[in-house]
Design a protein around this ligand. Sequence first.
Ligand code: ATP
Length: 212
Amino acid sequence: MKPIAILGGTFDPVHNGHLRVAWEAAEALDAEVRLMPAHVPPHRPAPVASAAQRVDMLRSALVGQSRLTLDTRELDRAGASYTVDTLRGMRVEVGDERSLILLVGADAFGGLPTWREWHALFDLAHIAMLTRPGRTEPWPAELVAEAGPRRVRVASELRESACGKVLSLPVTPLDISASAVRALLADGREPRWLIPDALLADVEILRIYRRQ
Ligand code: ATP
């Protein structure tokens, strides 16, 4: 059984930076990668596109391949979800043996100690830290203590157990952000090659982000 890796995000809209990183993780980890759109947490600005629109865009972006899939479980629940609860739900579904891998940007990884029940995450999944363009902050001491001893060097080690390891996964740096894509669309410009062609071809999608 292949590991299941999870890439959570707002996907407002999904762009080639997300897709490329998910694809590279799928290949490097020999995993099924699930793109998991989230309700937006209260501390972030509300997405421009609705949850249904973000899901539609992800569906169009994923057509024609099977390594990356869509998992809407967080949107199917009301309110924002904590990662620990999502992973608990997945663990019940897949059983205790299957490798689950949470993909986390290197910047977000440093903030892990602020996540709810963060120590429990390691009992539920492995974490693959994706290197992304930009600065990497040093880890806080409590993260060094928890994650340091869990570090492994090769991806195959994440297949040998179900949870508990930390891997640093270098990915091709594509300096694309959803905010930059939204800004281009708001100006009536075409973010060609930054988002999948299928999204550009859909006038309804372009209208979501065009400045009113
Ligand atoms: P925004 O610009 O609206 O903040 P974003 O482009 O960062 O959005 P998110 O949906 O917040 O997109 O990101 C989801 C996940 O994808 C996060 O883990 C984030 O670190 C990662 N990610 C986003 N863009 C890239 C990129 N260009 N390269 C690698 N990882 C990325």
